[in-house]
Design a protein around this ligand. Structure first.
Ligand SMILES: Cc1ncc(COP(=O)(O)O)c(C=O)c1O
Length: 403
């Protein structure tokens, strides 16, 4: 993998000294020219609506959307492209499942105690509206999931197990295959929030036997505003649509409606066609590099940063010490400083962009009584040189402010 060649595909890099250092990839990645061009082509050449009109623009869009759906299905090894539902992000995909399942008062939904709010708040709402019960699998201080703790909590009353495949604060991942097997033994449905996993690890939904898998294309080189929900066909068919209206019904009289088959039933209203078409180019781009090369690369970067900063007494690294357990994520705090201050200083000093705050994962921080953290997250175009600049800047800030 030639990172310098890859960087030439990304218009934000001009090759000069003022190139930004973008380490906010767990939020959104940058996009290569190929993705931008594919998305723009929609507006330039066939700016119409799929699946409704019969003219040539509409036909072209329909073909492109079908192609993208097929490509995403094969990327995660989904048995059928009907099992791929387009949403506007991972959050909407998780809401679609949570609110569409037929859950009853007293049913237990099991999550961990460190979920992203997108896999926490919807369940809170359902607890209030339908009376479901919530239980939380406790993780270690470092945010590590323990299979034995999970086993002790799962029972016949657990109807849904909904976990992040990889965590967004500390980057830890769960043993998904074991979790799914155990949950299925008890008859529970398993939902995986793959927002942080899909950009980095090979996800094979068939092999995992997972029931639902949600992720966002904008965290994996795709355009903003495209989410994906994979679901087993039989389960998607039973799911109540989150949004209803045009494009999802075959007929609607004044008192009867008949839904279209999958995937249309769950995709009411006009979709983000440009984004979906760009997503297909993003998948091509990732496939060309290979997910294994991407994860090896980000691990190398994380290892450099971790090794360089781990012994500084003013810097506290969150999560496991072994950076291989943290994927592309390096979260930290500097004694005496707030995380937003760290982020602003890094940007102003060296043009380094990171994320700061609670990362939409308030339960993680509240439980540990930590007031947020700074988070650097790496992707395919980041370099060891950028990491060196980051390390030096963090050391400098730590030296000035921790005294
Ligand atoms: C683990 C996890 N789940 C869900 C989401 C929500 O993704 P989106 O904002 O794309 O809906 C994120 C976003 O950072 C995330 O990290």
């Amino acid at each position: 993998m030639d990172v310098y060649k890859i960087r030439r595909d990304f218009p934000v890099y001009t090759g000069g000294d003022n190139d930004p250092i973008y380490f906010d990839n767990a939020c959104q990645t940058l996009r290569p020219r190929q993705v931008i061009e594919a998305s723009t082509e929609y507006y330039l050449k066939y700016p119409a609506c799929a699946g409704r009109s019969v003219h040539r623009f509409a036909t072209e869009v329909s073909i492109r959307i079908d192609e993208s759906r097929e490509k995403i299905a094969s990327f995660i090894n989904a048995p059928s492209s009907k099992e791929i539902i387009f949403t506007k992000n991972c959050t909407e995909a998780l809401n679609l499942v949570a609110k569409g399942l037929d859950l009853k008062r007293g049913d237990i939904v099991l999550t961990t105690d460190i979920e992203h709010n997108s896999n926490h708040v919807p369940w809170m709402q359902i607890a209030r509206s339908k009376g479901i019960r919530r239980k939380f699998v406790e993780t270690s201080k470092d945010g590590v999931f323990d299979l034995e703790t999970f086993k002790a909590m799962v029972s016949k009353d657990v109807k849904v197990v909904s976990f992040a495949h990889a965590n967004n604060v500390v980057g830890t991942s769960i043993p998904a295959k074991d979790v799914i097997e155990i949950a299925h033994d008890y008859g529970a449905i398993v939902i995986l929030d793959g927002a942080q996993a899909a950009p980095h690890m090979r996800v094979d939904v068939k092999e995992l036997d997972v029931d639902f898998y949600a992720f966002s294309m904008h965290k994996m080189l795709g355009p903003a505003g495209v989410g994906v929900l994979y679901g087993k066909e039989g389960l998607l068919e039973k799911l109540d649509p989150l949004i209803t209206g045009g494009g999802a019904v075959s007929t609607a009289s004044l008192d009867e409606i008949e839904f279209l088959p999958l995937p249309d039933k769950l995709e009411s209203g006009l979709l983000n066609y440009s984004g979906i078409i760009g997503s297909s180019a993003a998948i091509d781009y990732i496939n060309k590099i290979g997910l294994e090369s991407i994860s090896e690369h980000v691990c190398r970067l994380n290892s450099k940063v971790t090794d360089s900063l781990r012994n500084d007494p003013a810097i506290e690294i969150l999560g496991p010490k072994d950076c291989r357990l943290r994927g592309n994520i390096f979260s930290f705090n500097i004694k005496g400083l707030g995380s937003h201050d760290i982020a602003m200083m890094l940007d102003q000093m060296k043009g380094i962009m990171i994320r700061s705050g609670m990362h939409c994962a308030h339960p993680f921080f509240l439980k540990r009584d930590i007031n947020g953290c700074a988070r650097a997250s790496f992707y395919v175009y980041n370099t060891l040189e950028e990491c060196q600049i980051f390390v030096e800047a963090v050391r400098e800030i730590a030296q000035i402010f921790s005294n």
